[in-house]
Design a protein around this ligand. Structure first.
Ligand SMILES: C[S@@+](CC[C@H](N)C(=O)[O-])C[C@H]1O[C@@H](n2cnc3c(N)ncnc32)[C@H](O)[C@@H]1O
Length: 284
């Protein structure tokens, strides 16, 4: 069965991300933040039409999850969960958000993040293999690194990547923490988001989209090829790697038709025989 591609309206994503949030000081057991109408640009007499539009739009795309012994609707975007408290057919002038805690981003990579970059092979062998693995990704322009992990793409393509236009996404807090420790300069100027590719939403379009060292196989809830195509800028290129036999991964994503697999670059053969799916988007 095909998993429908969720694409939220840019206006909804921008409103949620650019709103001003304040800490809910009275609910310390559910640490969260909220935004209210008087902080929205169009507010008048305590009301904001834009906030209300955002709430109606959230309700079209949210999902139901347990909330204590009740249920609650949430919209998950870029590592945050958003919700409102009033019945769904009522107006409200308040949106809550918290760092997503529902377990979707709990990751086995957290436990191995501290030693993920290590290898028992001599350093020069590792260096040669990784250079061969990352060079074909050829990142340029605005880069999206799906499952960026500890930032090995940045390690091996440091000079080619403009960190002010680099976006690294990964659900593993441990992998991202290691990335940030190695590259404090990226932490400051780049965007590192703790989110799955499934929940990543952005108005940005990318010149290069990569999923390195098999990250493509970890995406389960969305057709990675369709979503990558949607996020490519005109003239852009996606370089997506999958573990050796990607059939199961493609099935999990609900792809009706397996994408064409490109020749495996030498570096990928040495590191684990990843297969590569390459996409390009022509100039419009
Ligand atoms: C084998 S590691 C590769 C890391 C990095 N790309 C590299 O080249 O070393 C796979 C990464 O994919 C991440 N991942 C798992 N599920 C994901 C998802 N749904 N969306 C994006 N990344 C995911 C993992 O947390 C992990 O960091």
């Amino acid at each position: 069965m095909t998993t429908p591609l969720r694409i939220l309206p840019d206006r909804l994503v921008e409103n949620l991300e650019s709103a001003t949030y304040q800490y809910a000081v009275t609910m310390q057991n559910i640490p969260h933040y909220y935004t209210v109408a008087r902080t929205w640009a169009d507010h008048k007499d305590g009301m904001s039409e834009e906030l209300m539009w955002t709430v109606w739009e959230m309700r079209k795309h949210d999902v139901m999850r347990p909330f204590g012994n009740m249920e609650q609707h949430y919209l998950d975007v870029n590592g945050f969960s958003y919700w409102t408290m009033v019945p769904r057919d009522e107006e409200t002038m308040l949106i809550n958000r918290q760092y997503s805690t529902h377990g979707a981003y709990d990751s086995p990579f957290d436990a191995i993040a501290h030693r993920y970059d290590d290898s028992e092979k001599p350093w020069y062998v590792v260096q040669a293999e990784r250079e061969a693995l990352y060079a074909p990704a050829a990142p340029s322009g605005r880069v999206l690194d799906i499952g960026c992990g500890t930032g090995l793409l940045v390690d091996y393509c440091y000079r080619a990547i403009d960190r002010q236009r680099y976006v690294g996404i990964d659900p593993s807090a441990g992998m991202l923490a290691k990335f940030a420790l190695k590259h404090p300069d990226y932490q400051a100027d780049a965007t590192l988001l703790r989110t799955t590719f499934e929940d990543y939403e952005t108005p940005l379009r990318f010149d290069t989209i990569v999923a390195m060292a098999g990250s493509g196989s970890h995406v389960t809830g969305v057709d990675i090829v369709e979503k990558a195509r949607h996020l490519l800028a005109p003239g852009g290129r996606a370089f997506l790697t999958f573990y050796r036999d990607p059939t199961a991964a493609f099935e999990r994503m609900g792809l009706n038709r397996a994408p064409e697999v490109a020749a495996t670059p030498d570096g990928a053969v040495m590191d684990g025989e990843y297969v590569v799916v390459e996409l390009t988007r022509g100039e419009d």
